[in-house]
Write a protein that binds this ligand. Structure first.
Ligand SMILES: *[C@@H]1O[C@H](CO)[C@@H](O)[C@H](O)[C@H]1NC(C)=O
Length: 593
């Protein structure tokens, strides 16, 4: 040591102190304030994703390309026989989606792991079950088994009408349609995973219809659960599932190690942050497909009518060939386009600008089931009404608020009394009841608890909330999408077109916990001039342009990719795949150019 630098102790401490203070300030500033609103990023990001999705969905312009794309996306499996007819049909119908049918592939993949005879046995079993319709396709015609219920007949009539345009290209087959709204095939994860693995391996067949290969796969293995269990499928049939039983079955359908599998979520009071973090960016719902998976969200069983109301029909734990209109991600029903009245054109003259700057939702007491304790606290619809109508002075909600103006504008989370949050935003959310007054105890009860409002006559709000029913997705989604309003969608269900809808580009997603409802709506509507929160005048302007863009984009997209023609194209492709999977020579039912 040639020289020693002497520093006074006081000066040294001062240096340390400055370092400490500045790092604390830096950390606290960067962690809790944002220069850009996260929703701003989400909207921007999803516009890019939307373009990318579309490019990935419409690669093929010729049959040759379509065949190549098909093989590449199916581990080398060849497309099904008559694929050329389908391609021609899809082009005639001006389908924008030619190559991307991820949901369909996911739905039918496990059936490749089942033997043809097992699938047929499953169908025979389903024929004896209640609320199942059978569609038969033979001699270029489709027909159904004429159930007694008129509404059931209508559903089947519609499917038959959809099929009739291409029935002559389909092999002979029978399919079972679930006429009840709730999905019904809930196979434990271990089994479905095995079947899926087996199914995807059977896809690696470069030479089609090689006899030796097929014979090999006919030798039953220890893992061949399809055969052993299917002998008596009725063993695993469970009529009327109580909610706690359903939770157990649901848990079994989740992968080992996932939080829903580990145990029941008893904590119904606190917000479950780990349940939302996988699909959220900050407070806001980012990844819609992940959000639809209940397996990382054990708390969802206390948050939605689907889980808090008992199933009144059978659930099957065997993989049965059942076609349903909607399901949650845990179910193994095969999704099929069913319109349930959602395809009519919405009569909506007003443009976005002519509509009122309000968020609307109204539920009818008649649609809300009997109020049990569990339902009352867990119903996704009643929770929303309670949040907006009946918050108490002590309830708080974290809101992302703007501070500063111009170049210095930042955003920061603040806990805001829900009462203030409700009054600064134009939320028109209510229950409505029988016009001539309540007739039963349930209605009386709802009136005392939530207050009933007169029915809204005209839907002319810019923001229309779309909530599920107890059994399935709202029939209102497509009509709102086709109107000039923005759907504010909160849902746990998938339908055939769910993969085609992009959050923040075609609709505004809201987590079913509603913790970001106020923040999200303040981003679009703006708080400037609307009042004070936490004693501070709010100055953040609204991003109406973004909302209008989403309304337009969603409408254009629905008119392009979720039409009746698209239902036909989807169904045609699905039934070609299905006809091949159930055929004894499934490995040689290929289309070769
Ligand atoms: C909830 O709010 C509605 C409407 O504001 C009111 O009619 C009803 O009495 C409230 N319920 C309770 C339990 O305070």
């Amino acid at each position: 040591m040639r020289s020693i630098l002497f520093i006074r102790r006081a000066f040294f401490f001062l240096l340390l102190l400055i370092l400490l203070v500045s790092s604390v300030v830096h950390v606290s500033l960067t962690q809790t304030t944002f220069t850009r609103h996260p929703v701003d990023d989400l909207v921007y990001q999803h516009r890019i994703d939307e373009d990318r999705w579309l490019r990935h969905a419409t690669v093929s312009t010729t049959l040759k390309l379509a065949v190549k794309e098909y093989e590449e996306r199916h581990h080398g499996r060849k497309p099904p026989r008559n694929f050329d007819k389908w391609f021609e049909f899809a082009q005639q119908r001006k389908s924008v989606v030619i190559d991307r049918f991820d949901q369909m592939e996911k739905d039918i993949m496990p059936f490749w792991g089942l033997k043809q005879q097992n699938i047929r046995d499953g169908l025979e079993f389903l024929k004896g079950q209640p609320n199942i319709g059978i569609i038969r396709i033979a001699d270029s015609k489709a027909s159904h088994n004429k159930p007694d219920d008129l509404s059931h007949q209508q559903i089947l009539d519609e499917i038959v009408a959809l099929i009739s345009g291409f029935a002559r290209h389909l092999p002979t087959m029978e399919i079972a349609i679930n006429l009840q709204e709730r999905p019904r095939v809930l196979v434990p994860w271990n089994e479905i995973h095995q079947l899926r693995t087996k199914g995807s391996q059977s896809g690696f067949q470069l030479v089609s219809g090689r006899l030796g290969k097929r014979e090999n796969s006919d030798i039953p293995t220890e893992n061949d659960i399809g055969t052993t269990k299917r002998m008596r499928p009725s063993d695993s049939t469970r009529p009327h599932i109580a909610t706690h039983q359903f939770r157990q079955l649901q848990a079994l359908a989740c992968p080992p190690g996932s939080s829903s599998r580990i145990g029941v979520n008893w904590d119904v009071r606190d917000f479950c942050a780990s349940c939302t973090s996988l699909h959220s960016k900050e407070q806001f719902l980012e990844d819609w497909q992940v959000a639809l998976d209940p397996c990382h969200q054990p708390d969802i069983s206390n948050l939605h009518d689907f889980y808090t109301i008992p199933h009144r029909f059978e659930l099957y734990q065997d993989l049965l060939p059942l076609f349903s209109g909607s399901k949650t991600a845990s179910f193994s029903d095969v999704l099929i386009p069913l319109s349930r009245g959602g395809m009519q054109q919405s009569h909506d003259g007003k443009t976005f600008n002519q509509k009122q700057d309000v968020v609307m939702w109204q539920g009818d007491v008649e649609d809300i089931p009997e109020a049990t304790h569990e339902l009352l606290h867990g119903s996704h619809r009643l929770r929303l009404v309670h949040l907006v109508q009946n918050a108490t002075a002590a309830d708080k909600i974290p809101m992302l608020l703007g501070i500063g103006t111009g170049k210095n504008s930042r955003f920061r989370y603040e806990d805001v009394p829900i009462l203030e949050g409700n009054s600064i935003l134009p939320l028109q959310i209510s229950l409505t009841g029988a016009a001539e007054g309540c007739k039963d105890a349930k209605c009386e009860f709802m009136r005392n608890e939530f207050g009933l409002e007169p029915p809204m006559t005209e839907v002319d709000g810019r923001y229309v909330m779309v909530l599920d029913t107890a059994d399935g997705p709202s029939p209102n989604l497509l009509p709102v999408l086709r109107s000039n309003s923005v759907p504010i969608l909160s849902s746990i269900f998938q339908q055939w077109f769910t993969e085609r809808l992009m959050p923040w580009a075609h609709f505004i997603p809201i987590d079913t916990r509603y913790h970001a409802l106020h923040s999200t709506m303040s981003y679009f509507i703006g708080l400037d001039g609307r009042g004070t929160l936490n004693g501070r005048k709010q100055i953040t302007p609204g991003r109406t342009e973004d909302a209008r863009w989403i309304a337009q984009e969603g409408r254009k997209w629905a008119e392009k990719a979720i039409r009746r023609e698209d239902m036909e194209v989807y169904l045609f492709r699905l039934l070609l795949e299905w006809g091949r999977i159930i055929n004894d020579n499934r490995d040689s039912m290929n289309f070769v150019l």
